[in-house]
Every structure is written in structure tokens, then in C-alpha cells.
Ligand binder design. Structure first.
Ligand SMILES: [Zn+2]
Length: 458
């Protein structure tokens, strides 16, 4: 049998290994991993000339704001940016779209609205809010890959859950085999400190950071992990910004709790002084931490304690950012970052801190695929998997300018920064979707995925 596509002469990255070789693709699937420079027949042969060939990223955390806030992003521009960033599967969040995806009716509506828009594959999160416990079964049956919940105020029309509700939700997860993804910051502390700062007339950027201290994140993480341990329900803590939080989750995991951690590229790339200089485009919650805290977080990544890195791409219009230029409290919190996640991690991780490529394959692809139940169709380079692949030029140096951004709103905290390592091509199910600065498929190529399997804890 002649294969359709042979990507040859690359450096193939898997969770375990990096080796010279290539990948053979037939139809939408990987059929063989080739070691070395073997001559194989194929309809199309692409010589990678020693560049990196890694698994497509499964981004477990992105907000595309559709339906309802399409002026902020939408599935078409969001997945175009994803493709340009080497992301081949997006797991899209239930909030910041409006109405939020908290029941079957809204999930069905979302799927209708976003059909034929995406250029990479996608699945959806459901939302778990204070009064929809009885809707979770329907959402699970319809294939959501997790349930997002907030311990603190979300800032939009998406009610936080109290700890009794979190308990009930995690009990349900134990029976469904699904998971809750929690924004873990303490609501009382962050609310109180936020009010105090604003009453005192603080408008400066540091006041945002001071109102959301790492300790309040740590406490919320520990309490939620405790509830997960008691109930046996799967819990995934999203966007952990502090090393102590990652270590606490790891300790609970060692004790048998079904808990996992996610951090985001912006906590590894920026430090608080960058946020104070950049301003609203780098505002997020939890906030960007100090240089020392960032380096401690890197130590956790390098030690293998972080399960998943997700983009938490959370875009908005420039006007939502601009109004916070002189008063940080008025700006929308969220960083546009799905397009730059991989280059940021290659620059800061692989090149600056000796992060192995294998660790990227694990945290960006295999672990999220296993955790969110799209494994083994997605998540890595193995025979039978979808041929979701990224070609990276690891040495190319470049600077991000706004005209390169595929986002609907062309702003990002990363604009003006230089990177070493660039995405050259992205393949989804054997088809090239992005090459050299351009999207090369039509919207609608990307397919809807549903949860295939129960959550694994890596
Ligand atoms: Zn988010």
C-alpha cells in the first residue's frame, strides 16, 4: 500500500523520545513511525530537513466567546490562531460566550452556531454553576470533555459554586467519569482585598496583583483537592500560577486523589514588572506573579510536576482593554495567547531552561488528551492516531507583530516580544491547515469531538 503522505527527515518528538525520522500518513491517520531516513513510497513526500515534528497541541483551555460575544473572537478566527500556534484540537470553554453553555439547550445552540467555522478540531466544556447540577448528566451524555466551575467571582454571567455545590458536583463526576475544571482563588479574600484597594483609590497595575495573592489561590486549591479526595471525583485545577499550588496538587495526587494541574504560558513567560509595563493586555486572574514566583513555577515544570499547559486564550475587543489604561480595575481580564503558546514555551523552556521536547509533547498533547478523554484518537504520534502534527523550526528567531495575529482583535501581551522557535506547518488529520503564515484550508474543516473515554490521571 502506498501511503498518502510521508513527512520525512525530521526530528520526531514523542513523550519518551526525540529521534531522527518521520511519519507516514494514510487518509486521516498515522500508519507508521519511521526511524531514520528510510525510503518509503507515498503520494506526497515532504522533506523536513531536520526540523522538529511534534504532536499537534491539544489545548485544554480556550475561550472563543461564541455565541454572543463574537466581536471578541469566534471559532473561525480563534481556530485560525490555534492552527498558526500548532494547536490541532481546542477544548473550548463555556463562559465569556453568552449565554454560557450550562445546559443541553445552550450546548446544542453553540454547536449549531459554530458548525462550519473551525479550521482545527474542537470539543466543548460544559459549565457548572450554582443551580445546574441536574443539567450535568445531559451535558455529559452530549460529550462535553469537562465542567468548568469557579471558586471565585467569574466577572461575567457565570455564578461561582460554593463548597457544598463543589462537593455535590465532584460526587457526580465520580459516577460519570468526567471532571470539574476549577478556577481556584478564594472568593472572600479576593473580593475583600479588591474592595479595599478600590476604596483606597488605587488604580495602579500592582494593586490588581496585590488583591489576588498567591496564598488565596493556594487555599482554594487545597480545599478543592480535599473535596476531590473525599468524593473520588476528578478535579482539574486550571491556570495555577504558583509553585506551591502545583506542589499541593501533586501531594494530593500522591495520596490517591484524582487531581491534576494546569499552568499557562503567560505565568511562565511574564513577570509582574512586565505586566506593570504592558498594562491591560497582560491583565489576567490569577495575576502575573513576580520573577521569583515565575522561576519557582518553572522549577515545577522542569521537575515534571505540571500535568498540562493550556493557553487560557481569553480575548476581548481593544476597547475592553483600553478603558483600563489609567485604571487597571476597568480592564477586561484575559490574555490572547493561543497563537504564541508553543513559541513562548520553546523560547523560554527548551532554549533557555533546557526543557526536553518530550516534556512539551506530554504537557501539551498526551496528558490533555488522556485527561479530557480524546485519547488515543488525539494526543500523540502513534499508529492509529489522527495525523495531527506540527513542524517547528526550532532555531528561527522572529518578533511578534500585530499583523501576524489571526485573532479577531489584534492585540496581545506578547506583541513586540521576540521568540526563538517558530511553527512552520500544522496538519490536522493528515491535511495541512497552516503553512508559513497562512491558513490553507477552508473554515469548516475542523470537526466536533466528543469525550471518548473516562478521565485518566497521569
Ligand atoms: Zn479561562
Amino acid at each position: 500500500m502506498t501511503a498518502d503522505l510521508y513527512l520525512k527527515n525530521g526530528r520526531v518528538v514523542t513523550e519518551e523520545d526525540v529521534f531522527p525520522g518521520g511519519v507516514l500518513v494514510s487518509g486521516e491517520k498515522i500508519v507508521e513511525i519511521v526511524h531514520g531516513d528510510k525510503a518509503v513510497q507515498a503520494e506526497t513526500i515532504v522533506d523536513l530537513q531536520g526540523k522538529i515534528l511534534m504532536p499537534g497541541i491539544v489545548d485544554g483551555h480556550a475561550h472563543f466567546n461564541q455565541p454572543g460575544r463574537e466581536i471578541w473572537e469566534g471559532y473561525q478566527t480563534g481556530t485560525m490562531a490555534a492552527a498558526a500556534g500548532g494547536v490541532t484540537t481546542v477544548l473550548e470553554m463555556p463562559l465569556n460566550s453568552t449565554p454560557p453553555t450550562i445546559n443541553r439547550k445552550e450546548l446544542t445552540h453553540k454547536r449549531e452556531v459554530v458548525a462550519n467555522k473551525a479550521v482545527v478540531d474542537y470539543a466543548q466544556w460544559g459549565g457548572f454553576v450554582t443551580n445546574n447540577l441536574s443539567d450535568l448528566d445531559d451535558l455529559h451524555a452530549d460529550g462535553v470533555i469537562g465542567f468548568k466551575a469557579f471558586a471565585s467571582n467569574s466577572g461575567v454571567d457565570f455564578a461561582r459554586v460554593d463548597e457544598d455545590m463543589l462537593y455535590a458536583g465532584l460526587l457526580k463526576m465520580a459516577s460519570l467519569g468526567n471532571l470539574i475544571g476549577l478556577h481556584a482563588e478564594d472568593d472572600f479574600v479576593t473580593q475583600y482585598l479588591g474592595e479595599q484597594m478600590q476604596k483606597a483609590g488605587r488604580t495602579d497595575r500592582a494593586s490588581w496583583c496585590e488583591s489576588r495573592p498567591g496564598k488565596s489561590e493556594l487555599e482554594a486549591i487545597k480545599r478543592a483537592c480535599f473535596i476531590s479526595k473525599v468524593t473520588g471525583g476528578n478535579l482539574h485545577i486550571v491556570h495555577v500560577s504558583i509553585a506551591e499550588g502545583i506542589k499541593a496538587i501533586d501531594r494530593f495526587k500522591q495520596e490517591g486523589a484524582r487531581v491534576t494541574s494546569e499552568t499557562c504560558p503567560h505565568y511562565l513567560f511574564f513577570e509582574q514588572s512586565d505586566f506593570e509595563r504592558i498594562g491591560p493586555a497582560a491583565k489576567c486572574a490569577p495575576p502575573i506573579r513576580t520573577r521569583e514566583e515565575r522561576e519557582e513555577l518553572w522549577d515545577c515544570v522542569l521537575a515534571g510536576l505540571v500535568d498540562i499547559i493550556g493557553s487560557d486564550h481569553s480575548p476581548c475587543t481593544w476597547s475592553e482593554k483600553e478603558k483600563g489604561l489609567d485604571n487597571i480595575w476597568k480592564a477586561w481580564g484575559g490574555i490572547s495567547g493561543i497563537q504564541t503558546m508553543l513559541p513562548a514555551l520553546i523560547s523560554e523552556g527548551v532554549h533557555k531552561r533546557n526543557l526536553p521536547w518530550q516534556a512539551l509533547a506530554k504537557m501539551l498533547a498526551a496528558n490533555p488528551a488522556r485527561r479530557f478523554g480524546v485519547y488515543p484518537q488525539k494526543g500523540g504520534i502513534w499508529p492509529g492516531a489522527d495525523a495531527d502534527l506540527v513542524v517547528v523550526d526550532p532555531e528561527r528567531q522572529w518578533t511578534l507583530t500585530t499583523d501576524q495575529l489571526f485573532y479577531k482583535n489584534k492585540h496581545s501581551a506578547y506583541t513586540g516580544y521576540s521568540f526563538k522557535g517558530a511553527v512552520e506547518s500544522t496538519y490536522v488529520r493528515g491535511c495541512q491547515v497552516y503553512h508559513d503564515g497562512k491558513i490553507v484550508v477552508s473554515p469548516g474543516y475542523g470537526k466536533l469531538l466528543r469525550r471518548l473515554s473516562n478521565c485518566q490521571v497521569s
